[in-house]
Design a protein around this ligand. Structure first.
Ligand code: FAD
Length: 473
């Protein structure tokens, strides 16, 4: 199998059949070339805008495959990418002519209920970890959509319904194991390689391939109070005024997400509202059920909702509530900023841009932050941005390539207006393909220089560059 590979700089690299075959036979998993069965599925990622063809895909089934892949890429000068859950908006898991390490077969989770930790392999999706930990009435701090990969989410920071209670996902990681650029297997924790551990918690995949993540777990659920509720968009000013007053003042057990969008034909929404603009709130209370019911009662009693499924439910059901809104293969483009609070001016602007949505899949969304995120100093780990009280994400999503310009144009115009509300920081995991350079400095602020020094120590040749790349200092 002769591979049409490219170097890390994008120039052609010729690798002999002999070398490729030796690599292939050193793997326990498969090595796929273009045209082979499984190649197209393996190279595909969540964002349908991304259509790239690696020279070869190593479907790793263990750490030794990952180590062999890192060594092969380094020794042959071939570009390297790593696919976890494949959910990065920029499509960072895949590039033309690269060797892709596809980790999606590595989905083991081991829970120690006594120690309240879980070890998870790097191909796990969020739902894999939730299902295993909930067997013991425990949960890790993860995100809102169960098909997202744990690796990319955690390495970039991570937040979800429980972040106001417990902090960034990465604040709740005890250790990680990494295959470094020189092929070593290294543990990083507060005790072992603490500076590397600092950088891994927010610095993305810049320092190596993570093979194991050890999460702190908290007693939670299995039953919680949560779900969605929606009103016609005409009620958006009043609903968002209520939201604004509750979102940051509620106890940290309550997370409230607000979304302006066109109503999907979901069974829980009145058919008369399907295809019409709505304002929806998604709530999740992870404390005592009675407290959740009391806190959410005013929302359920507010105005005339066109759908309401806020109720007692299993935590795992809450964690996949939004999955259907984010299918793989659709075309996506995001713009996002951290916010210092949620003001009336911000919500008015969101309503304005929400009213200009033309795609039935797009949305302007506010996610709550603050709470426990601010419990650590700004430089506790690379993720930083602990002054953020909320984050908005303008999510354009559509089906047809011919609509690219119009849909991207809407998202850019909305962001151009709403970016004035930013803390100045932005979430690295929400940055799109165009956003690098200064935007990366916005994402890391003062932590950027320290990340660049760690990059120089652990990956001076920038082997790991298909990520939001930190230039070695
Ligand atoms: C539908 C959807 C919902 C989301 N919801 C949330 C949310 O609730 N909270 C939140 O914080 N974020 C959320 N995100 C953003 C998410 O955190 C990022 O998209 C993240 O990059 C996804 O990780 P992944 O492993 O799926 O991605 P991939 O595309 O596989 O990888 C992303 C990056 O991580 C690198 N990487 C992957 N695995 C490894 C590894 N083992 N070692 C080293 N580097 C690795 C890749 O090389 C790439 O650079 C969401 C994204 C989507 C699309």
């Amino acid at each position: 199998m002769a591979a049409a590979a490219v170097s890390r700089e994008g120039t052609p690299v010729s690798i002999s059949d002999e070398k490729v075959n030796a690599f292939k036979s050193s793997l326990r998993g498969r090595l796929l070339a273009p045209g082979e069965a499984g190649y197209d599925a393996a190279r595909s990622v969540w964002n349908g805008m991304i259509d790239r063809r690696p020279a070869m895909i190593a479907q790793c089934v263990g750490v030794s495959d990952i180590q062999a892949g890192v060594r092969f890429a380094r020794e042959n000068g071939v570009a390297l990418t790593i696919k976890g859950g494949g959910h990065n908006i920029s499509g960072l898991a895949v590039s033309d002519g690269s060797l892709m390490l596809d980790l999606s077969a590595m989905r083991g989770v081991w829970v120690d209920p006594e120690e309240r930790v879980a070890h998870a392999q790097p191909g796990c999706l969020l739902g894999d970890v939730d299902r295993e930990t909930q067997l013991h009435g425990l949960a890790a701090v993860l995100g809102f959509v169960s098909a997202t990969g744990i690796a990319g989410l955690t390495l970039g920071g991570g937040f979800g319904y429980t972040s106001r209670r417990f902090g960034w996902t990465t604040d709740n990681v005890r250790s990680m194991t990494v295959v470094t650029a020189d092929g070593r297997i290294v543990r990083a924790s507060e005790k072992d390689n603490p500076e590397l551990f600092w950088g891994l918690r927010g610095g993305g995949g810049n320092f190596g391939v993570v093979t194991d993540i050890e999460y702190d777990l908290y007693p939670l659920g299995p039953e919680i109070v949560g779900g969605g509720i929606a009103w016609r968009a005409e009620s958006a000013p009043e609903v968002l005024e209520m939201y604004r007053k509750m979102v940051l003042d509620s106890p940290p057990e309550l997370a409230l997400v607000a979304a302006l969008r066109i109503a999907p034909p979901a069974p829980w929404i009145d058919t008369s509202a399907h295809g019409k603009p709505i304002i929806a709130l998604f709530a999740c209370h992870t404390g005592k059920v009675a407290d959740g019911e009391k806190l959410l009662a005013p929302i359920k009693a507010f105005g005339k909702p066109v759908g309401d499924i806020i109720q007692k439910r299993p935590y795992v059901s809450q964690q996949s509530l939004l999955d259907a809104t984010q299918p793989s293969g659709r075309r996506y483009y995001w713009k996002s900023e951290y916010l210092p609070g949620v003001t009336a001016e911000m919500t008015a602007s969101a309503i304005d841009h929400g009213s200009k949505i033309t795609s039935p899949h797009s949305a302007v969304i506010f996610f709550p932050l603050g709470g426990a995120i601010a419990n650590h100093p700004a430089d506790h780990s690379a993720v930083g941005n602990r002054d953020a009280a909320a984050v908005f994400n303008i999510t354009a999503a559509w089906d047809r390539p011919e609509d690219d310009d119009a849909q991207i144009g809407w998202a850019r115009a909305a962001w151009n207006d709403m970016k004035r509300f930013s803390t100045g920081g932005t979430y690295v995991n929400f940055l799109n393909e165009e956003e690098a350079g200064d935007r990366l400095k916005d994402a890391y602020g003062k932590n950027y220089a320290r990340l660049a020094a760690i990059k120089k120590q652990w990956d001076p040749d920038n082997l790991f560059r298909m990520n939001k790349n930190i230039a070695p200092a």
